[in-house]
Design a protein around this ligand. Sequence first.
Ligand code: TRP
Length: 328
Amino acid sequence: MPNKKIILSGMRPTGKLHLGHWTGALENWVALQNEGGYSNYHLIADYHAITTDLDTSRIHEHSLEMVLDWLAAGIDPEHSPVFRQSQIKEHTELHLVFSMLITTARLERNPTLKEQVRDLELGPISYGYLGYPVLQAADILLYKGEIVPVGEDQLSHVEITREIARDFNRQYGQVFPEPAARLTQFARLPGLDGKKMSKSLNNAILLSDSPDDVKKKMKKAVTDPLKIRKGDPGRPDICLVFTYHKKFNSAEEQEIRRGCESGELGCVDCKMRAAERINTFLDPFRERRKKYEGHPERLEEILKSGEERARSIARQTMSDVHKAMKIG
Ligand code: TRP
């Protein structure tokens, strides 16, 4: 393989994924994979999941659900190994080395941490949680990742990864690339209530929703509060349903805009047209999903083989690290 660029990205196993995960990151994973010229690696950040929730009883189940969504979305595990962070012990080793290369003050300044502490009302946080970006740096650099397709909330973590790579290289010699984040165009997709799409807010369209689920959910979507009945002029730019049209129905975007603004198009019709487009978009996901449904052992096998491939790269990198550090 002549110098394929390395793509590394992952997600915490929070269970079933929604359209926001697709537009925020997954879309880029699949696009880069299919473009050719890249080697993709995708990890399930199961250790990261424990930073905010010590209950591990559903992590396994959530990991399988998430892998299933990745495969349904078009990740090809032959081309792009998928694996769990916890099954490759080099993640924790590299995390330890990196933890010496960054100050606690730098980690306390991390804006994503501050935001989460506020939003999740976390109170005092653990040592491990403060080090969240250090583990993420290990995830990326263990595979010498060069491009990290993520949502914009992860930019601060990629920046910390770059700093750690630079500091390691300066101290011990060139081992790591300085990875760059790759954002999607449509970073934040609103949920059905207009807030950020999130499963815990109950405002999400899941990648695994049936056509009927999508229609039912869409019926409840919030629209322009000043457009009460058909005939009233609406304001598409403040309507989340219009955002869905822009993303999933761009061919009709202008027509929908005119219909909404003139009042000719009622909200119920508009929502059903969006639901139809989203269903057309999700149909290939549904088709690919069938192969695995009711077969958790197929997913387990895919993980096992992804983990073997990832592990051999991780070992090589740790050997480079030890050599550069002249220990062992
Ligand atoms: N922090 C990422 C998130 O919350 C998940 C993650 C863990 C990750 N390790 C990674 C993303 C490495 C990209 C690269 O979604």
